[in-house]
Design a protein around this ligand. Structure first.
Ligand SMILES: [Zn+2]
Ligand SMILES: [Zn+2]
Length: 75
C-alpha cells in the first residue's frame, strides 16, 4: 500500500492524498507536479527513476487507511 507522503520532498508543498498533483517514483519519493515537471524533468533525483502521477485515495478508503504524516522535506 502506498505511504502517501504529505509533502513534496523538494519544496515542502502540501500534497493531500485525495487531490491530484503529486508525483512519485517506484520508491515513493514524492514531489509536487511543479517540481517534477520543472526542475526535475520527470526524473527522481534520489534514485534516477521516472516520476509518475500518484493515484488518489479518496473518501471512505482514505478514512480507513489514512495517508502518511511524516514530512520528508528538509531531511
Ligand atoms: Zn515541490
Ligand atoms: Zn526515487
Amino acid at each position: 500500500m502506498l505511504e502517501l507522503r504529505p509533502d513534496c520532498e523538494r519544496c515542502g508543498a502540501d500534497l493531500p492524498a485525495d487531490q491530484a498533483g503529486a508525483q512519485i517514483c517506484s520508491f515513493e519519493c514524492t514531489f509536487c507536479s511543479a517540481c517534477a515537471s520543472g526542475a526535475l524533468a520527470g526524473i527522481c533525483p534520489n534514485c534516477g527513476g521516472d516520476l509518475q502521477a500518484r493515484p488518489l485515495r479518496v473518501g471512505a478508503a482514505l478514512v480507513r487507511f489514512p495517508a502518511g504524516v511524516e514530512r520528508k522535506h528538509g531531511r
